[in-house]
Design a protein. Structure first.
Length: 108
């Protein structure tokens, strides 16, 4: 597939925006989770890193499973309609009558 630079840049921009939004929304949850872990007695640096990483991993797995299920539930694509001509071809032989549209109205 040939992708132009602008398409790739736009995709990268959207990915960065989504990741940034996710981090900004999950950051308060991680702070509360860290305070809860410290209150319970978990003060190990490894556990304070493993718990948020496992939380993000769980969110990532849940999103990917939901996306797979959504794609499986999509209906089959409709066939292309060939019984009617394209609107440009359908109007090609008609006479243009622009008089009603050329009148000036005081409200326009």
């Amino acid at each position: 597939m040939d992708h132009s630079v602008s398409v790739v840049a736009q995709a990268v921009m959207w990915i960065v925006i989504v990741i940034f939004a996710l981090i900004m929304q999950v950051m308060p949850l991680l702070l509360i989770l860290t305070l809860f872990n410290i209150a319970v007695g978990v003060s190990s640096t490894a556990m304070l890193i493993i718990i948020p990483v496992s939380l993000f991993g769980t969110l990532l797995v849940a999103c990917s499973v939901a996306e797979r299920r959504r794609r499986r539930m999509l209906p089959a694509p409709l066939p292309v309609r060939t019984d009617r001509p394209h609107p440009d071809e359908a109007m090609r032989q008609t006479a243009a009558c622009m008089l009603p549209y050329l009148r000036r109205s005081r409200f326009f």
